[in-house]
Structures are given as structure tokens and as C-alpha cells.
Design a protein around this ligand. Structure first.
Ligand code: PLP
Ligand code: COI
Length: 341
């Protein structure tokens, strides 16, 4: 793939795609320690044919964004939380965690090196940052690797769900993405591999994404393929699923705090797929999704429409304005949420 050129991007019309940018960050772990790591213009990765990641899936990743501010500077949003979650995911798969303070420094370094590719303020686009760790030590039996690579790629992106802040349709699936007691709490590739088939069936039928149900009863909402779920009750309360098999979303944690500041009495609780009538609005929340209104959920052929299939509800809009106001640097957020690059 050819290296991208900043002048060729049509920022307001970007989709969610990969472009090969000038610089990535790369570090390697062997003999019990991580090397210094460095910026590299090599966007390929070299490993043994027996690397653990190729056979037994030792891989964990993160997703965060760099936001162009009005003053021309660049913000990260709570990158320490991504560092911590990657640490937890790595431990779940018996991989060497990358030191959390160095994670944040490496993210800043790679964003700075690609600064011409941080989309302009107000374009609706951002620079997506994808750090990951892979097990590259050679194995043939099912054992953890003893060598790892940490790599960060960056690529400019627009909205993840088509339409961004327009409501779209979602559907449940008989498939699960993660088991009870499995790796749902970790951001690891296996969860996403399991979601490819149900996701592609949903897309073929015109839905934006799958609403996964709990893997034991198939009754309670877990999360979406690429985001957590929230509902706003008819009396304006913010509810989001509580489950041991969903990803602990940083956007969710932030919105719980924002909803609290709005007096929306936020709660993480069980949400039955048969109790959607309690909600007047619903949405997806995540780094890539930001907040994307869920217009409807179809379950067993029955379509439940929330607020509207075309209009955004006022609570969803208010939450979005505050969250993106902080991310873009237009509004001051709580301490530590806005990190200058
Ligand atoms: N759930 C899944 C399955 C995801 O892939 C993501 C994206 O990272 C999220 C939730 C949202 O997490 P965050 O807000 O930390 O991006
Ligand atoms: C993110 O929001 O960063 C994710 O990793 C979601 C992914 C499906 C793009």
C-alpha cells in the first residue's frame, strides 16, 4: 500500500478506513524486558511462522483518538485509561504489559510525527490511534509466547456508524461475541473474530451493528459489536448494561459521570431485551462510535423504535454536545480528561 498524502484527504467525507501514514511506533519485548521502542516508517510487521498470535491469538489492542482543537493544538481524551485497559487485556492473555506511562508518551510521539494527518477542527474527522500487543514468540503447543511486539498505527477517520449522529437500525443475533467468564472484558482480537460473521449478516440485512445478548440467558442486552449501549428512560434516567462479559468502555465511564452532572441518575444495571418500552431514547457509545443514536432494535423479527428513526432525541444530543465539546477542547472537562499532545 502506498503512503498517504495529507493533501489528498477530503476530511468532511472520510469513512472509517485504514490509510498507511508516514510513521508508526514499534517496540519489542524479549529476555524479560521491553526495548526503548521508536518511530518507524515501516508499516509492516515481521514475525516467525510459529508466532503465538498466528495460532493461539495472543493479541490485545486499544482504540483512542487525537482531536484537533480550535486553537490548532491537538488533544487526547483520557489516554491513561487506554494504557490501563491494555495492561489488563495483556494480563488476561498472559502477555507482557507495555508500561502505562510509556504508552502515553508513545501515543503522543506518533501523533506528533503524523501531525499533518490530524484532521482540521470542525471537519468531523479525527486521527484514530490503534495501539496493540502481539505474542511473537514461537510456539507449537498451546503456551504463551515469551516475545512480544507493541505497535501503534494511526489513521484519519470519520464516523464509525454510517450517518454519525443520525439514528440507524440495529439487530440482535443468536451468536455471542464473548462467553460468560471469557474475554469480553478484554479488548482482544478473538472477541472481534467471533463477531465477524454475525456482524456481516447484520450488515447484509441493512443493520448498522449487532446488539449482543448475554451469553447465558440470551435475554439481557450486553453491548454492540463495536460500542457499549445506553438507554434513556421516559423520565430522563441514563441506564447502561452491567455484565461481566462486556468491554469496560472509557466513553461509557465518561458518560456516566456527565449524565450524573446533568442529574440523570445514571445506573449500570440489567436491561432486558423485552423491556425496551422503558426507554424513550437509546444510543451506542465508544471511541469510534462517539455517541450514535440507536433508532431501532429488531429482535426475533419484532422491530422496536425508540425516539425516532430520523431525529436525534434531546438527551442524546445534550450528552453528545458535552462529550464532544470536551474531546474537541471547546469545553473544559474534568481533571485529566484532556491531554495536550
Ligand atoms: N465495546 C466494544 C465491543 C468496543 O469495541 C468498544 C470500542 O472500543 C467499546 C465498547 C467502547 O469502548 P471505548 O469507549 O473505550 O472506546
Ligand atoms: C474503538 O471504538 O476504538 C474500537 O475499537 C471499536 C472498533 C470496532 C473500531
Amino acid at each position: 500500500m502506498e503512503k498517504a498524502k495529507a493533501e489528498n484527504f477530503d476530511w468532511p467525507n472520510l469513512g472509517f478506513n485504514y490509510y498507511d501514514l508516514p510513521y508508526s511506533f514499534h517496540a519489542e519485548y524479549k529476555d524479560g524486558k521491553w526495548d526503548e521502542g521508536k518511530l518507524t516508517s515501516d508499516s509492516t510487521i515481521k514475525m516467525s511462522e510459529a508466532a503465538n498470535v498466528l495460532h493461539y491469538g495472543q493479541e490485545a489492542f486499544e482504540g483512542l483518538k487525537a482531536y484537533r482543537r480550535k486553537d490548532g493544538g491537538v488533544n487526547l481524551f483520557r489516554p491513561d485509561m487506554n494504557a490501563k485497559r491494555l495492561h489488563n487485556s495483556a494480563e488476561r492473555l498472559l502477555m507482557a504489559p507495555f508500561p502505562e506511562d510509556r504508552f502515553v508518551e508513545a501515543v503522543k510521539m506518533v501523533v506528533k510525527a503524523n501531525q499533518n494527518f490530524v484532521p482540521p477542527y470542525g471537519s468531523g474527522a479525527t486521527l484514530y490511534i490503534r495501539p496493540f500487543i502481539i505474542g511473537t514468540g514461537e510456539v507449537i503447543g498451546v503456551h504463551p509466547a515469551d516475545k512480544f511486539q507493541f505497535h501503534i498505527l494511526v489513521t484519519p477517520v470519520g464516523p464509525y456508524y454510517k450517518g454519525g449522529m443520525k439514528p440507524t437500525e440495529y439487530v440482535t443475533s443468536p451468536y455471542d461475541r464473548a462467553a460468560h467468564g471469557g474475554t469480553g472484558q478484554s479488548k482482544v482480537s478473538g472477541n472481534y473474530a467471533a463477531s465477524l460473521l454475525p456482524g456481516s449478516l447484520a450488515h447484509k440485512n441493512g443493520y448498522s451493528d449487532v446488539v449482543y445478548l448475554d451469553p447465558r440467558l440470551h435475554e439481557n442486552i450486553e453491548e454492540l459489536g463495536g460500542a457499549n449501549f445506553f438507554g434513556i428512560t421516559k423520565d430522563g434516567k441514563f441506564k447502561t448494561p452491567k455484565s461481566p462479559s462486556i468491554l469496560p468502555s472509557i466513553t461509557k465511564k465518561s458518560l456516566l459521570q456527565i449524565a450524573d452532572s446533568f442529574g440523570m441518575e445514571p445506573e449500570e444495571t440489567t436491561i432486558s431485551i423485552y423491556d425496551l418500552d422503558q426507554f424513550s431514547e437509546a444510543g451506542a457509545m465508544g471511541t469510534a462510535a462517539v455517541i450514535s443514536p440507536v433508532g431501532s432494535i429488531t429482535h426475533n423479527g419484532n422491530k422496536h423504535v425508540f425516539y425516532s428513526e430520523t431525529e436525534v432525541g434531546s438527551y442524546t444530543q445534550k450528552l453528545y454536545d458535552r462529550l464532544s465539546g470536551i474531546q474537541d477542547g471547546d469545553q473544559k472537562g474534568p481533571d485529566g480528561w484532556q491531554v495536550d499532545v
